[in-house]
Design a protein around this ligand. Structure first.
Ligand code: CAA
Length: 389
């Protein structure tokens, strides 16, 4: 077990890590390439992951979850992503962007209605912040919710919503008072089976192809007052706080991809021969192995450190914004570096769909983009360091 005694791993952590590893190797590995090729949503394996408790790892058992801590969550996610990042994306959105936000900001009735089905794996959850004209600058959204008596009428278009083609429930951020800018954003819980909710065009993605992503449209969707998450105008802060947790998930996803790329490269460097020697004996390859290993170990420390910071925050209420941003920034750039290097070490066969390294390469890229680009993470970290916010 990594961590070198620095982290308080327990038998429970070891057992969820093993369970995730076994599941990923037995159930996901045989189908990962096929789902990547077709871009179909892997409903069967996702359902089984729900039954094993992977869809609400930190959610207390009384709300349908596994009742474990953040370290357990990142260890399990890392193992799943080591085999297939697309399954990891679906798992991470259910856990950190959907259940986590409602557990933190929701009412008891909202937890019962929305967290229980998603944490227990019976339904899929999604999180919708981005719009066609509002990505990194998340405070500038154009979709609107207008209050009428005891409900809100929602209209607008949201984009890049992970799991939207299949999600039953969605945490939505939309503008209730445009004059107040980010302070005029409010969060709502959306039921996709209600009239006025329309699933839009599916994105034909480079990587994590089995995780379905699409636009969603609201056409006079009636949202009852009891489905507003938090108070009016609190939406931006809720979105940001939830993303702090989400970024730790993406960091562990990136760590898993990097490890997979590294392990494939190490095995290949020991086995492949050229110029009368194993290629690992040449410095051109061995130094790449050294750099991959070093960056992965550093990423691992940042990821587990961020998980501990989030765990501490459950008691202190302190923010873990910086720890999460640093973990995501470093781990995602490490995933891209490791996957890029893995393709290079493998040469021609690394560029072929016969091996999964080309999939690691395509999957790694998204970790530098979603839940805040690397540039946004640098902005978040530097603003906090410089006291600019
Ligand atoms: N926790 C709590 N509050 C926070 C916060 C945090 N982490 N970050 C900011 N806030 C608060 C600030 O304190 C401030 O509060 P006041 O109104 O009281 O002053 C308010 O939010 C506004 O903060 P900023 O002035 O820093 O806001 P900004 O407009 O400059 O933007 C930003 C900050 C960091 C750039 C932010 O817009 C951001 O993170 N952008 C990236 C968005 C993103 O990650 N999108 C991905 C969407 S999800 C996805 O990828 C799809 C999917 O399905 C997975």
């Amino acid at each position: 077990m990594a961590g070198n005694g620095l982290f308080p791993f327990t038998d429970e952590h070891e057992s969820i890590r093993q369970a995730a590893r076994n599941f990923a190797q037995k159930e996901i590995a045989p189908v990962a390439a096929e789902f990547d090729e077709t871009g179909e949503f892997p409903s069967k394996t996702i359902k089984k992951m729900g039954e094993l408790g992977f869809m609400g790892i930190e959610v207390p058992e009384e709300y349908g979850g596994a009742g474990m801590d953040t370290l357990a969550y990142v260890l399990a996610l890392e193992e799943i992503c080591k085999v297939d990042a697309a399954h990891g994306t679906i798992m991470s959105v259910n856990n950190s962007l959907f259940c986590n936000g409602i557990m933190k900001f929701g009412t008891e009735a909202q937890k019962q209605k929305y967290v229980v089905p998603v944490a227990s794996g019976k339904a899929i959850g999604a999180y919708s912040l981005t719009e066609p004209m509002s990505g990194s600058d998340a405070g500038t959204m154009r979709s609107r919710a207008v209050r009428q008596g005891n409900e809100y009428i929602i209209n607008g278009r949201k984009s890049w919503v992970t799991s939207a083609p299949v999600a039953e429930y969605i945490v939505l951020f939309t503008m209730t008072d445009p004059e107040k800018k980010h302070r005029g954003i409010t969060a709502f819980l959306i039921n996709a089976s209600q009239p006025g909710f329309v699933r839009g065009k599916k994105e034909p993605k480079l990587g994590i192809r089995a995780s379905a992503t699409s636009e969603i449209l609201f056409e006079d969707y009636h949202c009852p007052l009891e489905d507003r998450l938090g108070e009016e105008g609190e939406g931006f802060k809720i979105a940001m706080a939830v993303l702090d947790a989400g970024r730790i998930g993406i960091a562990s996803q990136a760590l898993g991809i990097a490890e997979a790329a590294y392990e494939a490269s190490l095995a290949y460097a020991k086995e492949r021969e050229a110029f009368g020697a194993k290629i690992g004996e040449f410095q051109g390859i061995s130094f790449k192995i050294a750099d991959m290993k070093t960056r992965i170990e550093a990423a691992r420390l940042l990821v587990y450190n961020a998980a501990l910071a989030k765990e501490r925050a459950k008691k202190t209420g302190e923010r873990f914004t910086s720890e999460a941003a640093m973990a995501k920034l470093f781990a995602s750039e490490t995933a891209m570096f490791a996957a890029h290097t893995a393709v290079q070490i493998h040469g021609g066969i690394g560029y072929s769909k016969e091996l999964p390294v080309e999939r690691y390469f395509r999957d790694a890229k998204i970790t530098e983009i979603y839940e805040g680009t690397s540039e946004i993470q640098r902005m978040v970290i530097s603003r906090m360091e410089l006291g600019l916010r």
